[in-house]
Write a protein of this length. Structure first.
Length: 260
C-alpha cells in the first residue's frame, strides 16, 4: 500500500499507537494516496518549542524496550460508512527487543524474525510478508523534517489548558486532504498522554468533512506488565520443506495472502 511520504500525521498515527492495526486492515481495500499542493513562498513560521513538547509527549512509545505494553481502547466514527463505527475497541501494543505485536480489536499484527504477519479474525484472512518491507515504525521522524512538513502542509499548532490538570496540543489544517486534525490530551505535570484524536479525510471525497473518519484512542494510565508473551508467527502459519507457507492447523479456514 503506497502512501504519500509527506503526510506527516498519518505517519505519526502509524506509530504503533493507532495505525498498526488500521494500516493492516487498509491493505485489504484499495486506497488513494493524497497529494498536498503548497505554495512554499507562503510558509508560516512554526513554534519549534511547542513541536518539541509535542514530540516529547508522543515519544513514550520509544521507551518500550522491555517487556511492557501499552493498552487502551479505540473508538471510530466513520462518516462515509456507519457500519465501520466501533466503540471502545480493545487495543494493545507491545515491543520486546526487535519483535513487535499489536492487537486491534479482532486483528493482530506481528513483526518478528524478519517476517511480518497481519491476521484478520473477522474476515478469516492472513497476510504474510517481509518485516523489512512492511516495517512497524516505533521511532519518531527527524525533528527538522517534522518542522519542514508542518510548514509545507499548512498545519497550525496550539496548546491549551482544558481543566483538571489537563492540556491539549492540536495540529490542525481543516483544508488538508489526508488528516485535518491530530490532537493529544495530556496531563500537564507529567506530560503524560491520555487520549489521541485524529480526523482523517475520506480518500474518495476528501473535500467533504461530513465523510471524515474520526478516531479516538484512550491510553491506559500506565504501561502494564505483559501477562503473555508475544505470539510467534509460526503459531499461525507453517512452512513446508520447500519454504512455502500455509495456514496452520488451527487457522486452516483462513485465506493466506503472501506479500513480497
Amino acid at each position: 500500500m503506497k502512501r504519500n511520504k509527506h503526510i506527516l500525521f498519518l505517519a505519526l498515527a502509524m506509530l504503533g499507537l493507532l495505525g498498526v492495526g488500521y494500516a493492516g486492515s487498509s491493505m485489504f481495500r484499495q486506497t488513494h494516496p493524497a497529494v498536498v499542493a503548497v505554495d512554499k513562498e507562503k510558509l508560516v513560521p512554526i513554534d519549534t518549542q511547542l513541536v518539541a513538547k509535542f514530540l516529547k509527549i508522543t515519544s513514550f512509545i520509544q521507551a518500550l524496550e522491555r517487556k511492557d505494553l501499552v493498552a487502551g481502547s479505540i473508538s471510530i466514527t466513520d462518516g462515509a460508512d456507519s457500519t465501520q463505527n466501533v466503540v471502545n475497541l480493545p487495543y494493545r501494543f507491545e515491543k520486546t527487543g526487535t519483535a513487535v505485536y499489536c492487537l486491534f480489536g479482532r486483528t493482530e499484527t506481528i513483526s518478528s524474525a524478519g517476517k511480518y504477519l497481519y491476521i484478520d479474525h473477522g474476515q478469516q484472512k492472513m497476510m504474510l510478508g517481509s518485516a523489512q518491507k512492511n516495517a512497524i515504525p516505533t521511532t519518531l521522524p527527524d525533528f527538522n523534517k517534522i518542522i519542514k512538513n508542518l510548514q509545507e502542509e499548512g498545519y497550525r499548532i496550539s496548546d491549551e489548558g482544558i481543566g483538571n490538570g489537563l492540556r491539549k496540543i492540536s495540529l490542525l489544517n481543516p483544508n488538508h486532504i489526508a488528516c485535518r486534525a491530530y490532537q493529544i490530551t495530556y496531563r500537564e505535570e507529567e506530560l503524560q498522554p491520555i487520549k489521541i484524536f485524529l480526523q482523517l479525510d475520506n480518500f474518495n471525497e476528501p473535500l467533504n468533512p461530513k465523510l471524515d473518519r474520526l478516531m479516538t484512542f484512550n491510553i491506559q494510565t500506565q504501561p502494564v506488565k505483559s501477562s503473555t508473551s508475544i505470539p510467534a508467527i509460526n503459531d499461525f502459519v507453517v512452512a513446508d520443506n520447500e519454504g512455502y507457507y500455509k495456514a496452520g492447523a488451527k487457522y486452516k479456514a483462513y485465506e493466506l495472502i503472501q506479500m513480497p
